[in-house]
Design a protein around this ligand. Structure first.
Ligand code: 5GP
Length: 125
């Protein structure tokens, strides 16, 4: 069920639990700003989620309230993971769902990183 992005951060969400190491994840990268791990239900040959370490509900929250250092660190982490996964030469796709219309289900900002093969049209209706 998509989230209401106007609600305050709820630290019982699944990605907060992953950050607290209360539940496992298949991590591929971590630094002071970000954690990247494989999506549990991949929708492409490579499907990685990159999340900020701090508590932001969505891209909207992060872009409005994140510090310049956090935003730069997170954006660099996403790019680093794509390079490290060997996705740059053939290309990849980034996606951040925001709120109800975006279909965001987990209320902690995450960027989907898709690659490993042709990804098809941007949206299917
Ligand atoms: P959203 O729809 O919020 O943009 O995407 C949430 C994503 O989180 C989905 O692609 C879903 O498969 C993934 N996901 C949900 N629960 C877990 C989990 O416990 N572990 C991992 N690795 N991914 C999860």
């Amino acid at each position: 069920m998509p989230i209401d992005p106007t609600l305050p951060y709820d630290d019982s969400n699944i990605f907060a639990k992953i950050l607290r190491r209360e539940i496992p994840c298949n991590a591929v990268y971590e630094d002071e700003h970000a954690l990247a791990f494989h999506d549990i239900a991949p929708q492409a040959p490579v499907h990685i989620l990159v999340i900020p370490k701090k508590a932001y509900v969505s891209w909207d929250d992060f872009s409005a309230n994140g510090s310049a250092e956090e935003i730069a660190g997170f954006v660099r982490a996403v790019g680093h993971v794509a390079r490290e996964q060997g996705l740059v030469v053939r290309g990849y796709r980034l996606l951040a769902n925001v709120g109800r219309n975006g279909g965001q289900e987990v209320p902690h900002l995450h960027v989907h990183l898709f690659g490993g093969g042709p990804l098809g049209p941007m949206l299917t209706r």
